[in-house]
Design a protein around this ligand. Structure first.
Ligand SMILES: Cc1cc2nc3c(=O)[nH]c(=O)nc-3n(C[C@H](O)[C@H](O)[C@H](O)COP(=O)(O)OP(=O)(O)OC[C@H]3O[C@@H](n4cnc5c(N)ncnc54)[C@H](O)[C@@H]3O)c2cc1C
Ligand code: SF4
Ligand code: SF4
Ligand code: SF4
Length: 400
């Protein structure tokens, strides 16, 4: 079965397509010691139909050959934009789908702050899906639910990482005119277990359970976004992305899913209709579209994607941009995150050390890097960073 068929178990990106397709419900997803879910087959129930092997997007790879068009975009509704991770385009598309009686699938927290895929049918509930959450979302039986809505002729917007879109497409096995898919440029997804430990750490520091968590508050600007926890005792924790312990571990690549270090879904030709991302490098490419409140880079990948883009055009500011130039600034579009040699140590000690000690031990930069960062901060402050970067020709950035 597919748990034996996959040449390298590490390639499994946990999409749940095999679980959703199994006619005997004999595949379950179980967490390994790092906290990532992998399929396990109950062979006493298996009828050897091979559906799980045929559906796995890793075993059956699809080559995509389309002609995506890249745009820089900003949602003209500033409240939504400030509440979103980049330019607030997800909410606009989702609202369009809901306005015609459609259903929107995406990643939202449950009441224990575990991330899972779920669907929303009203505009009022879209906040549950809005905003990036930097942890792997559990797919559950979402693909089955998507199919039910599609067969009922409801319009469906499904959003997720590129591998989750591949899992859905493979599960459905045919195209539906009432399906629209959005993926993201994806840095990789951290372990749900590491995330749980961080939530516990913050709650213990605050002496109170969390009631709302946001990864990307833009109070200090979009480029220096902060992580925020609101606790039930009315206190708040807020820290910028470079100092927040969890974001340091995420951006240092010490807690990503193994499949993310050799991602099979990179590139500019994608299975989704639309791709959303942060427009990194906007200050160099199109400074007139950079007010530090969030600008999206979007790829329109299909005719379906183009139709939706045409429908939201009057509610956004946008400009077509050169795709190759845009991805030079956003390496995660085309390249996997680099395996950090400290990852194994981090994962082995995650249950032993307190979160702050763990991050200090495995994610502290060398002195030379800390000095470089200090110089960069000073250059930003005095407005000379752009000039220095142009002089040295440095382009690639990393985001979450
Ligand atoms: C794990 C992760 C890594 C990312 N890495 C990069 C990167 O390297 N470079 C880059 O330019 N952009 C990256 N992004 C995308 C970026 O952060 C924004 O999500 C994107 O630009 C959309 O922004 P928005 O303002 O249009 O909408 P928002 O409202 O901010 O986007 C919300 C959408 O993201 C989906 N989503 C949120 N969390 C998850 C999750 N864990 N898994 C699956 N879907 C999720 C929601 O379902 C919803 O569709 C990443 C996002 C995530 C979740
Ligand atoms: S072979 Fe068929 S029954 Fe057996 S685990 Fe795979 S899908 Fe399920
Ligand atoms: S279908 Fe998805 S979850 Fe199942 S083995 Fe393949 S990659 Fe892993
Ligand atoms: S980096 Fe690739 S494998 Fe990892 S979550 Fe993103 S799309 Fe999936």
């Amino acid at each position: 079965m597919m748990d034996k068929e996959l040449k390298n178990r590490k390639d499994c990106m946990g999409c749940h397509a095999c679980v959703n397709i199994c006619p005997k419900n004999c595949i379950s997803m179980e967490a390994d010691e790092e906290g990532f879910l992998y399929p396990t087959v109950d062979y006493s129930l298996c009828i050897k139909c091979n559906k799980c092997i045929k559906v796995c997007p890793i075993i059956n790879r699809i080559e995509v050959d389309n002609k995506p068009i890249a745009y820089s975009c900003i949602n003209n509704n500033e409240t939504i934009r400030l509440d979103s991770s980049s330019g607030g385009i997800f909410t606009l598309v989702a609202e369009k789908v809901i306005s015609v009686g459609g259903v929107v699938f995406g990643a939202g927290f449950n009441d224990k702050f575990e991330l899972e895929h779920r669907f929303v049918e009203t505009k009022e509930r879209l906040w549950q899906l809005r905003g990036s959450k930097y942890v792997q979302s559990k797919m559950g039986n979402s693909y089955e639910q998507v199919k039910k809505f599609l067969d009922l002729k409801r319009k469906v917007l499904f959003t997720g990482t590129p591998c989750q879109i591949a899992g859905l497409r493979s599960y459905l096995g045919k195209s539906y005119t009432n399906l629209l898919t959005i993926d993201i440029i994806c840095h990789g997804v951290p372990s749900p277990e590491v995330w749980r430990k961080y939530v516990e750490f913050r709650e213990s520091e605050a002496g109170s359970p969390a009631q709302r968590i946001a990864f990307r508050r833009k109070d200090e600007g979009w480029k220096r976004y902060s992580v925020s926890f609101l606790f039930k005792n009315n206190t708040e924790y807020r820290q910028n992305l470079r100092k927040d312990l969890y974001m340091r571990a995420f951006l240092k690549d010490v807690c990503l899913r193994p499949s993310c270090y050799d991602c099979k879904f990179k590139g500019i030709n994608r299975q989704s209709d639309i791709t959303l991302a942060d427009f990194l490098g906007i200050q160099n490419m199109l400074p007139e579209m950079d007010d530090d409140k969030g600008t999206s880079l979007i790829f329109v990948n299909s005719q379906n994607g183009q139709s939706v883009f045409n429908e939201i055009k009057d509610r956004i500011s946008y400009q077509e941009v050169d795709m190759q130039e845009a991805v030079k600034y956003n390496s995660a579009a085309i390249k996997s995150s680099k395996y950090n040699l400290k990852r194994d140590g981090f994962m082995e000690e995650k249950d032993i050390l307190l979160f702050d000690k763990l991050v200090k031990k495995y994610c502290t930069d060398k002195l030379s890097i800390r000095v470089k960062r200090k110089i960069k901060a000073i250059l930003i402050k005095i407005g000379l960073l752009g000039i220095v970067k142009r002089a040295f020709g440095k382009k690639t950035q990393n985001s979450g």
